[in-house]
Design a protein around this ligand. Structure first.
Ligand SMILES: [Zn+2]
Length: 537
């Protein structure tokens, strides 16, 4: 509360008032200048009526006048009375009597002085002076005098004042006061920029006004200024745009009456908000640490570590390094929703075409495919810059991929004979038939011709190796009671256990064993006994 610093000023002020009073003695309209409303004060002064005439007092003065009139001449007396009859004003504050003043303007001048002093002592702040409700009563009387100086001094003691502050209120909690709405808006705008710099940059690019703390307003504005969609066509192209930025908490500005000392400057309140309950945390890297391990150990995001420690490249940290693990815990949470559009490749699909003519396990590429492309739209939500969710919201195919078509054999070789035997040699000539020779049974048929030896029927290779007299020999079990034997081979194309189809090449004709020239000795064995092959071929 501003006061008159010393009495001499008050006296000067009072004598000015008296002079003014004398000059304006006969002026009736002085009350008009008293009632000019003052915009910045709460001083309540009713415009009409400012005061009431005290007719009782006027009446009693008339009685005195009559008594004195007897002594001196009526005319002289009247003039004397007139010259010594004055009007004073009784001052009431909220109905309580304070004292009297010569002229009502004295009180108004006191209030004006107070306001100026208040403003001068609190530069930049919006101040309010509370004077209470001041009312007046006039009194006219013979040789009546007012105690103006005393009254003004007494009145002035009762005045109170406060500053008008704009409070930033987050979820009902007042974080602090600044001098005006501009300062408060600046702070909130800076908080948004701090935690959604991408949003701020984009807003700037779109020639936004400073981001509003009012989310609906910001959104409305955004809707008006949607940028033209960036043309994306190549795989790998991407574009990021901000869908919305808002505070998670309810953020309000309220006007409050506060002590001038409670008003903070912008920077101070901004710091209080962004620092919030943040506690700086340092950590010395231990042997065997990794970024992920440290993040897990402290229950923080790896993003925090990378952002706080821009010198970490890749995941390289060394034991003994000191790193900053401080997680920002500001009073206000800025949530931004960003839209990321990316052109991504559609992988080449592989289609298989079955071919039962081809052995199982064998494949052949019939068509070589080509990748396609698609436009993927993700919505990324961040809180104070940390990603909290990422969602695929749209997927649009630009170009379908061409599939690679692969033929796949499905023929299963069962290894079971059909019972229908085929010649094991093409362009064959029979050099010796089945039957008795020199008193001994020639148990098979000897063939010459093409050197490639073929399986006579489907079956499972039972034996591959040398047999006494037969030389290099293959025996195929047709799993139907029949076996076939191929002797004197020079080499084999199958191994024991192989499944073969009729006509599969199994080896090369040779002259191994007891043989008199290159030929195939071929036997058909039915239930353990040889039969005449020529009856089956
Ligand atoms: Zn033979």
């Amino acid at each position: 509360m501003a006061r008159f610093g010393d009495m001499s000023r008050l006296k000067e002020y009072a004598s000015n008032l008296v002079n003014r009073f004398k000059r304006n003695r006969s002026s009736v309209d002085s009350q008009n200048e008293l009632i000019e409303p003052n915009g910045t004060t709460e001083a309540v002064m009713e415009s009409t009526p400012l005061w009431r005439k005290k007719s009782v007092i006027i009446t009693s003065s008339a009685v005195i006048a009559v008594a004195t009139a007897a002594i001196i001449g009526i005319q002289q007396y009247k003039q004397y009375i007139n010259n010594n009859t004055f009007e004073i004003f009784h001052v009431y504050q909220n109905g309580e009597y304070i004292g009297s003043v010569d002229e009502v303007t004295a009180v108004q001048q006191l209030i004006n002085e107070e306001q100026m002093e208040l403003a001068g002592n609190n530069p930049g702040l919006s101040m309010e002076l509370h004077t209470g409700e001041i009312t007046y009563e006039s009194e006219t009387g013979f040789k009546i005098t007012a105690t103006t100086e005393e009254t003004l001094s007494k009145l002035e003691q009762t005045f109170t004042s406060n500053a008008v502050g704009i409070a930033i209120v987050v979820d009902g909690k007042t974080l602090g006061y600044v001098k005006d709405e501009v300062a408060a808006s600046n702070i909130l705008s800076r908080v948004q920029k701090q935690y959604a710099p991408q949003a701020a940059a984009e807003a700037e690019a779109r020639k936004f006004e400073a981001l509003s703390f009012n989310a609906t307003e910001a959104q409305a504005e955004e809707a008006d200024t949607q940028p033209e969609e960036k043309q994306l066509s190549e795989v790998g192209d991407s574009a990021l745009s901000i869908k919305e930025v808002q505070f998670v908490e309810a953020v309000d500005l309220t006007v409050d009456q506060v002590e001038p000392t409670e008003i903070m400057d912008e920077e101070e309140l901004y710091k209080r908000i962004v620092d919030g309950s943040t506690k700086p945390t340092k950590y010395t890297v231990q042997k065997g640490d990794c970024i992920g391990c440290i993040a897990q150990k402290f229950g923080i995001s790896e993003q925090v570590i990378y952002e706080n420690n821009p010198n970490i490249v890749g995941d390289k940290i060394t034991a003994g390094d000191e790193i900053d693990l401080t997680v920002r815990m500001p009073e206000i949470t800025v949530r931004s929703v960003e839209q990321l559009v990316e052109i991504e490749e559609i992988a080449i699909p592989i289609q298989y075409v079955e071919n039962k003519e081809v052995r199982e396990g064998q494949t052949k590429t019939l068509q070589t495919g080509a990748p396609g492309s698609q436009r993927l739209t993700y919505e990324i939500t961040k809180e104070n810059g940390y990603i909290v969710s990422e969602e695929l919201v749209a997927q649009e195919v630009i170009e379908e991929a061409t599939p690679t078509i692969i033929e796949k054999g499905t023929m299963v070789v069962a290894g079971v004979g059909s019972g229908q035997f085929a010649y094991p040699v093409t362009n064959y000539r029979i050099s010796s038939k089945y039957g008795k020779r020199w008193g001994k049974l020639h148990a098979g048929v000897d063939f010459t011709g093409n050197k490639n030896i073929k399986a006579s029927d489907a079956g499972v290779v039972e034996f591959v190796g040398t047999k006494n007299g037969y030389g290099n020999t293959i025996i195929i079990d047709h799993q139907n009671g029949y076996k076939t034997l191929y002797g004197h081979l020079s080499s084999y194309d199958v191994s024991k256990g192989d499944k073969v189809e009729q006509g599969d090449k199994i080896g090369i004709m040779g002259n191994t064993g007891r043989s008199t020239g290159t030929h195939l000795h071929f036997e058909i064995i039915k239930n353990g006994s040889t039969v005449n092959p020529l009856k089956y071929l």
